[in-house]
Design a protein. Structure first.
Length: 449
């Protein structure tokens, strides 16, 4: 009894003043399950292997009436865990365990027993309060140290010797939850982050694409992205610690870099500091694939489609040389998109590569010397009128499209009958014997002889 009292006093006076941020081992999971389904994890938050030979785990039972301890010469790999469980634990727990201990041991605890992790003479972490008997358990969030599984929050980067603080550092799960046992995610361990950029809208010539930023000290050639399938989308996966980073996409070792506008739609994914506008991302404790973005944009590139326009000019009596399409698709230019008539049949066509969306346009000739005059009523089927301007309108989808041949200043082909302008058969009956008749319908607003 005197030996334990002395040991406990030494542990209590050996508490470190503060938690070690990603610099020292700490408890990462605690399972106080039914029967002897009990165990815990020790996490290595560093980038180096750590030998346990200088570390000891103590168990303070019932406020200190007896104790067990555990020391090992085993090594914990970087960002890995060392798992200890009882030899009577569930098979799933024993499968994950690095050490299985028989009774009595540090893994044979109840909810009113404290665990203590010590390095040499310094206490690094505690679960519960050593030397104090809480009765049945200590409260932890919505649960307690009895009959629950506790997993250290991923935001925690070191142990705590003050249980008043430490009790708030755990996620609480139902008793006999084993799915987190054997690994741990924390802000100390690097995660795989995949970057993707669509370069299809870059007109300049380039060879190699990179991601450059605070993640690699703004290196222009240390993190190359690749385009394995040749579709113009470059990607790459980088191992990073959770946190916030500024970056941008570049090519050929800073020969080219993104120009991002802080006052446009780019503001949704950028941060401007001291006149520099860069992409900005905050990474959590899990592997992540960032959304595919377009070069110099926060959103994905719209997949372009080929749209073929056709106009029949055979009913145009005026003299003209060249036919064009003019509209919102080209800033209403009168000569940017010339149409051609390869077979000289009077039907002109042109194929434009467009982003999916809606466009207003009309057919013109000789750089606005002539343009269509469209009627908002008679041509309502293919036009839109805004103010005093009536223009054709088309909505492009996600597939290449060839629009029907239309007549100059009409929604229809040149040989089509204007709707509701001529008589047509509306009914036909071929009955028995001579029970036969036909009906002719007048679709106009005037009497017809």
């Amino acid at each position: 009894m005197r030996k334990f009292t002395f040991l406990l006093a030494a542990l209590l006076t050996g508490f470190l003043a503060s938690a070690q941020n990603c610099g020292e081992l700490y408890f990462s999971e605690y399972i106080e399950g039914s029967s002897n389904n009990k165990g815990f994890e020790i996490y290595n938050p560093t980038g180096s292997s750590v030998s346990l030979s200088n570390y000891t785990v103590y168990l303070s039972v019932n406020g200190g009436s007896s104790t067990s301890s555990f020391t090992s010469s085993a090594t914990i790999a970087p960002y890995d865990v060392y798992v200890i469980a009882t030899n009577q634990a569930d098979s799933l727990m024993q499968y994950e365990a690095d050490t299985i201990l028989g009774y009595p041991s540090v893994s044979h605890f109840n909810g009113d027993d404290a665990l203590i992790l010590v390095k040499s003479t310094d206490t690094l972490d505690v679960i519960g309060v050593p030397g104090v008997d809480p009765g049945t358990s200590w409260t932890v969030g919505t649960g307690s140290t009895a009959n629950y599984t506790l997993v250290r929050k991923s935001t925690i980067t070191g142990g705590s010797t003050d249980w008043t603080t430490g009790a708030g550092e755990w996620d609480v799960y139902a008793q006999n939850t084993y799915s987190y046992f054997g690994s741990h995610s924390s802000a100390c361990s690097p995660v795989d982050v995949t970057f993707q950029v669509d370069m299809n809208n870059v007109s300049a010539s380039f060879t190699n694409v990179y991601v450059s930023g605070t993640l690699n000290s703004w290196s222009g050639n240390s993190n190359q992205l690749t385009d394995a399938d040749g579709d113009g989308v470059y990607d790459g996966t980088i191992s990073l610690l959770p946190g916030s980073y500024e970056y941008k996409f570049t090519y050929d070792n800073w020969t080219g870099q993104e120009s991002l506008d802080p006052n446009s739609a780019d503001s949704t994914c950028t941060l401007t500091t001291s006149g520099f506008t860069n992409r900005y991302i905050t990474i959590g404790a899990a592997d992540t694939t960032l959304p595919q973005v377009c070069w110099e944009e926060c959103a994905a590139c719209l997949n372009t489609v080929d749209v073929t326009f056709q106009v029949d000019m055979n009913n145009v009596s005026a003299s003209y040389t060249n036919v064009y399409i003019s509209g919102t698709l080209n800033g209403w230019s009168g000569n940017a998109n010339q149409m051609t008539d390869a077979d000289s049949d009077g039907v002109y066509d042109v194929t434009l590569t467009l982003n999916p969306g809606s466009y207003e346009y009309k057919f013109t000739y000789d750089n606005w010397t002539g343009q269509e005059s469209l009627d908002p009523t008679a041509d309502a089927a293919c036009t839109m009128t805004t103010g005093s301007f009536t223009n054709r309108i088309v909505a492009t989808g996600s597939a290449d499209t060839t629009l029907p041949v239309v007549c100059w200043e009409s929604c229809l082909s040149c040989n089509a009958v204007t709707p509701c302008s001529e008589l047509f058969f509306s009914e036909y009956a071929e009955g028995s014997s001579n029970h036969k008749y036909i009906e002719i319908y007048n679709p106009t607003g005037s009497a017809i002889s």
